[in-house]
Design a protein around this ligand. Structure first.
Ligand code: AMP
Length: 283
């Protein structure tokens, strides 16, 4: 696998590949890779002749400086995992390559309610920071396709809206959430869970499954939500939200007939680690 730290070097290689007719698939990550990330690389490999992954812990999307500081970093292991997944190239830039001093690359797009609900309520500024870095990375890599996980469902909706607003030709591919055997969604943050919280965390997945069963059988969103929040508290977690929303607008729904595509999205603290997950209730 080729490793690039400089934009110019990556672009030189990509330019030659493109001239040779190779399509590029792109998998942006913040590192501390797990099988969820690798599933994105596999999906990209299946559709594109060249796959570029990036590892960049984006300072502009962390509203809490402590969270940025505590974010796990393990480049050696990440390189080994990406190599084992036959990733063609890794872009691992220092901050000044992504945000060169003196250039204001902040993306000013209005995502309306998409960035205000759920994560938007608890992580102010997170999505504009995320959209800025995804936009910047897409500008650098210029891939044919972009691979992102359903695990970060709201992020995906915002990136989709960004591509629409910018009339970007990049194809966005949503990849299913990879889970541990007990249902916990794989996440780099799981590494920071204490043993007790690692035991408690799969309650998020169980709450989502229970919500799906009840909602499909006719319970109201409000009833399902109250039960799920209660369950998460009982399991020793501190939920921030458990929302049942229209999967396109992210507006809350009341019942099964209210939208064509419905998703339950949850965020909860497991000790000092914030976890998110979601489940499609109506495909
Ligand atoms: P991150 O490094 O957490 O920013 O994630 C990078 C990409 O991997 C994002 O598109 C995530 O949605 C995706 N991802 C993270 N966890 C998983 C998972 N468990 N299954 C599938 N994709 C994931």
């Amino acid at each position: 696998m080729l490793i690039f730290k400089k934009v110019a070097d990556l672009q030189r290689w990509l330019g030659a590949e493109r001239r040779a007719g190779k399509r590029a698939g792109f998998v942006p990550t913040m590192g501390a890779l797990h099988h969820g990330h690798l599933s994105l690389v596999h999906a990209a490999k299946a559709e594109c002749e060249r796959v570029v992954a990036s590892i960049f812990v984006n300072p502009t999307q962390f509203n809490d400086p402590k969270d940025l500081e505590k974010y796990p970093r393990m480049p050696g292991q990440d390189i080994a995992l990406l190599t084992s997944a036959y990733c063609d190239a890794l872009f691992m830039p220092p901050v000044e390559e992504v945000y060169p001093p003196g250039r204001n690359l902040t993306l000013h797009l209005d995502f309306g309610r998409l960035e205000q609900v759920m994560e938007g309520r608890f992580r102010p500024g997170h999505f504009s920071g995320m959209a800025t870095v995804v936009h910047r990375l897409l500008d650098i890599v210029q891939p044919d396709r972009l691979y992102m996980g359903q695990k970060d469902f709201q992020q995906l909706c915002i990136v989709r809206d960004m591509l629409r607003q910018l009339q970007s030709p990049v194809g966005l591919v949503m990849c299913p959430t990879m889970r541990e055997a007990d249902g916990l969604a794989m996440s780099s943050r799981n590494l920071r869970l204490s043993p007790a919280m690692r035991g408690a965390a799969p309650a998020i997945y169980r709450a989502l499954q229970a919500a799906k069963n009840e909602f499909v059988q006719g319970s109201t969103a409000a009833g399902v939500q109250a039960q799920a929040l209660n369950y998460l508290h009982t399991a020793g977690l501190q939920p921030e939200y458990f929302d049942i929303v229209d999967g396109v607008t992210l507006e809350p729904v009341q019942g099964y007939a209210d939208a064509a595509f419905i998703v339950a999205c949850a965020a909860a603290w497991a000790g000092d680690v914030r976890l998110i997950d979601n489940e499609v209730l109506k495909p």
